[in-house]
Design a protein around this ligand. Structure first.
Ligand SMILES: *[C@@H]1O[C@H](CO)[C@@H](O)[C@H](O)[C@H]1NC(C)=O
Ligand SMILES: *[C@@H]1O[C@H](CO)[C@@H](O)[C@H](O)[C@H]1NC(C)=O
Ligand SMILES: *[C@@H]1O[C@H](CO)[C@@H](O)[C@H](O)[C@H]1NC(C)=O
Ligand SMILES: *[C@@H]1O[C@H](CO)[C@@H](O)[C@H](O)[C@H]1NC(C)=O
Length: 374
């Protein structure tokens, strides 16, 4: 049973691989029937080399690595994955064939334009050992942004770039990427890795990069980082304008159900509501009166406030302070045990007089969140 299942899996994998390669862009040799050669392409290549000098770092990753005279600017990470390239894939039917064909195209193969993250790009592959890219020993990979979008839409683009190649012996992709997002603008339209993989990996099938004869695959992930269009600005405000609200309830005994809320009132430019539980809430149920301050606009920030019951015949106001984030159940800031029910109903105390009760809230400080959009 077990071996049978395993076989099934393997055949699924090969069907998947087969289908995948049906979809990837097959490089036709036809495209190279009429290559061109001019000064401009030569100059582009020079630019690529200069770029590469700044972009490559690979310490101890590659066996063919010789003394590194490059200026290292960013660290490159390497990993493996099964997920195919996100943005574009190029398959060479024959690496050595392509290596020869690009000789009179300044050593490079440039893909058709493709779209990623709202911009057009091309993928550049340098597979030729006779050209100076990669110090004669490496395949170099680059992406170039279509500069017309830089001119039309905005003058800089940040993107995370990952370069990939397929390992047929392990049926995985090897991925190399710089940890930082790359900045593209009119004076820097391409980014790449001068030393992606040694050319030697693609000339000897024993390394696992060539399959079905001399086929090999290169790919790229381009993830454009768009700056967020909105953000929030959070302040902590003290010395609140209109800090005190009085709330009087007449016929209090008729409001003896679960809870009772005040009208909306304004303090410090925010809208609030007071909510009383005449018979308590939570652990105070049946024991104490509970009082909560709620935000009328469902804010969930920090609040510092004093909640009071006024002594209508003396000066023994009951006064308790809330100081913190909202209670998750009540979605507000409150005191469950503001006053014991026995004290409240005690006719010798002045909290309930002629069935009138008076609450007061004094808002001392609160955090305010403002949303800002571009
Ligand atoms: C491309 O491959 C074919 C056969 O595989 C070979 O005959 C031809 O010479 C190769 N061309 C180049 C330019 O390497
Ligand atoms: C480019 O190279 C190919 C094969 O190497 C050759 O057939 C072709 O004539 C060359 N084209 C130019 C313009 O040099
Ligand atoms: C835009 O890219 C094209 C092709 O790569 C190039 O010929 C042209 O000079 C570039 N334009 C600018 C303004 O950089
Ligand atoms: C990408 O290329 C297509 C086809 O050339 C074009 O219609 C589109 O406007 C381009 N997009 C950008 C963002 O430049």
């Amino acid at each position: 049973m077990f071996t049978e299942e395993k076989k099934k899996n393997t055949s699924n994998v090969s069907v998947f691989v087969y289908c995948f390669f049906c979809f990837v862009f097959v490089v036709g040799v036809v495209r190279f029937a009429k290559p061109y050669y001019n000064l401009q392409t030569l100059m582009e290549t020079e630019a690529v080399i200069e770029d590469g000098l700044l972009d490559v770092e690979k310490s101890g990753i590659l066996p063919f690595h010789s003394g590194n005279h490059h200026k290292l600017s960013q660290s490159v990470s390497e990993s493996t994955r099964t997920r195919p390239p996100l943005s574009y894939t190029v398959k060479f039917e024959s690496f050595s064939n392509m290596s020869n064909l690009v000789k009179n195209n300044s050593g490079k193969y440039e893909s058709r334009p493709f779209s990623a993250g709202g911009y057009n790009w091309t993928f550049l592959i340098f597979p030729n050992a006779d050209k100076p890219e990669g110090k004669n020993t490496y395949v170099s990979l680059y992406v170039r942004i279509d500069n017309s979008s830089l001119i039309t839409y905005q003058n800089e683009v940040y993107a995370w770039i990952k370069f990939l190649t397929y390992r047929s012996d392990k049926d995985t992709y090897e991925e190399l990427h710089a940890t930082e997002a790359q900045r593209f603008h009119l004076f820097k339209q391409q980014y790449g890795m001068l030393e992606f993989r040694p050319i030697g990996y693609y000339t000897n099938p024993a390394y696992g990069y060539l399959f079905n004869g001399e086929q090999c695959v290169f790919g790229v992930d381009i993830v454009v980082a768009k700056p967020s269009a909105t953000w929030e600005d959070v302040t902590y405000e003290e010395n609140i304008r209109d800090p005190i609200l009085d709330w009087t309830i007449t016929d209090f005994s008729t409001h003896n159900h679960g809870s009772y809320s005040s009208d909306t009132f304004s303090s410090g430019g925010s809208n609030w509501i007071l909510k009383v539980y005449p018979n308590g809430v939570g652990s105070a149920t049946g024991k104490s009166l509970s009082l909560y301050l709620l935000s009328a606009s469902n804010e969930n920030g920090y609040v510092k406030a004093k909640l009071r019951i006024i002594d209508q015949t003396g000066s023994n106001n009951v006064d308790k302070q809330v100081d913190g984030w909202p209670n998750a159940q009540e979605k507000g800031w409150g005191i469950d045990n503001l006053i014991p029910l026995a004290d409240l109903k005690d006719p010798n105390k002045g909290y309930l007089v002629n069935d009138i009760i008076k609450f007061q809230v004094e808002i001392l400080a609160f955090s305010r969140t403002k949303s800002i959009s571009k």
